[in-house]
Ligand binder design. Structure first.
Ligand SMILES: NC(=O)c1ccc[n+]([C@@H]2O[C@H](COP(=O)([O-])OP(=O)(O)OC[C@H]3O[C@@H](n4cnc5c(N)ncnc54)[C@H](OP(=O)(O)O)[C@@H]3O)[C@@H](O)[C@H]2O)c1
Length: 323
């Protein structure tokens, strides 16, 4: 495993981190296998774990707490998120700070997450939705800064809404935040336009999330893939999305070099960008942990393949189903 600096936090984080949403929120999770997968990741050098209160209403945080206690001799970085008070994902332009992250709500959820994690400090606290207009209402910053002074949190981050990388550039340039979490993958390359240069110039760490486009970029989904009604993916992979995505995946398949898998190509594409500090694939099995973490040792993709993948950029705008 290779490590990168997480921007101005100066922490050395594994360039493949652990996305902890699916293991507590998607159907088909086997808790014993998930705990084995988390331990395998630790053993292979993963030290950055992205969770959220909203992932199973604290369940994912509690699992991270268990794996940290089982590995007390190592520092495993906790990145968690405060849910918006109005419980609406994504935020919309007319949502105010009071709708989503009023100061008392911020404090309440930092304490709730600390309880779930069984920790005294959260390394990185992130807002689970973000509107760049909130930069002008700095009550959120003053509240978090106070919690930082109390030793309850160490660093501050924002997690950007799907397909809105522009909606965090002001926050990055404000100098108030330490990290930004954004969707970046072979399809969603547009953080490269404005957001990544801003992060590089402000020394803001970049957490590249959804490396597999929620699954299509693993090559494992088909036009017949279906999910139970209570699984979030049943509302995201509506035919309009699933079919268009898989048509693009079909065009990518011939580019996967012999001896490489599509998930490996997807992760190494992301790690080829120097602005990225870590990428956080969602993993629930030991097998996925082993194959995904190996992408770090394999290094960046060859330049010729990267150039070919540029043509597969897909600029999308939020849709009613895209959440
Ligand atoms: N708003 C936010 O802040 C936000 C939103 C979304 C995600 N996130 C964070 O980003 C993380 C990653 O995103 P994600 O989990 O939604 O999507 P993702 O990482 O793009 O895709 C996860 C899917 O890929 C599959 N997979 C993983 N490794 C694989 C491999 N080697 N071979 C084949 N399939 C593989 C998983 O399989 P299984 O189904 O078998 O597990 C799962 O279905 C989340 O876990 C969460 O921490 C944050």
């Amino acid at each position: 495993m290779k490590y990168r600096r997480l921007g101005r936090t100066n922490w050395s984080v594994s360039e493949v981190g652990y996305g902890m949403w699916g293991l507590a929120g998607w159907t088909g999770s086997d808790e014993r296998e998930v705990m084995r997968a988390l331990q395998r990741a630790v053993d292979l050098g993963c030290n950055f774990f992205d969770t959220a209160w909203a992932y199973g209403d604290g369940k994912s945080e509690a699992m991270l707490g268990r794996i940290r206690r089982d590995n007390a001799g190592r520092h495993l970085y906790i990145a968690t998120k405060i849910p918006p008070k109005n419980r609406r994902w994504p935020s919309r332009r007319d949502y105010t700070l009071d709708d989503c992250f009023p100061p008392d709500h911020i404090t309440e959820y930092v304490h709730r997450s600390l309880d779930n994690l069984g920790a005294e400090t959260i390394d990185l606290i992130q807002f689970h939705t973000w509107e760049d207009s909130w930069v002008d209402d700095d009550r959120w910053y003053r509240q978090l800064d106070e919690l930082r002074r109390q030793g309850l949190i160490r660093a501050i981050g924002i997690s950007l809404n799907r397909w809105e990388p522009w909606n965090g550039v002001r926050a990055v340039n404000s100098g108030l935040i330490d990290t930004v979490q954004v969707i970046y993958n072979i399809f969603d390359q547009n953080p490269e336009d404005e957001l990544f240069p801003a992060c590089q110039s402000r020394d803001v760490g970049v957490i590249a999330r959804v490396p597999f486009d929620e699954g299509t970029l693993t090559g494992a989904l088909t036009r017949d893939s279906r999910w139970p009604a209570d699984d979030w993916r049943s509302t995201y992979f509506v035919p309009e999305n699933l079919n268009a995505s898989l048509a693009r995946v079909d065009r990518l398949k011939p580019l996967v070099p012999p001896g490489m898998t599509m998930p490996e190509m997807a992760l190494r594409f992301i790690l080829s960008h120097p602005a990225v500090s870590t990428t956080i694939p969602g993993m629930r099995t030991v097998q996925h942990v082993e194959s995904n973490l190996a992408a770090s040792d394999a290094g960046p993709l060859p330049a010729a393949l990267r150039a070919q993948l540029r043509a597969h950029r897909w600029d999308r705008t939020p849709m009613p189903w895209s959440q």
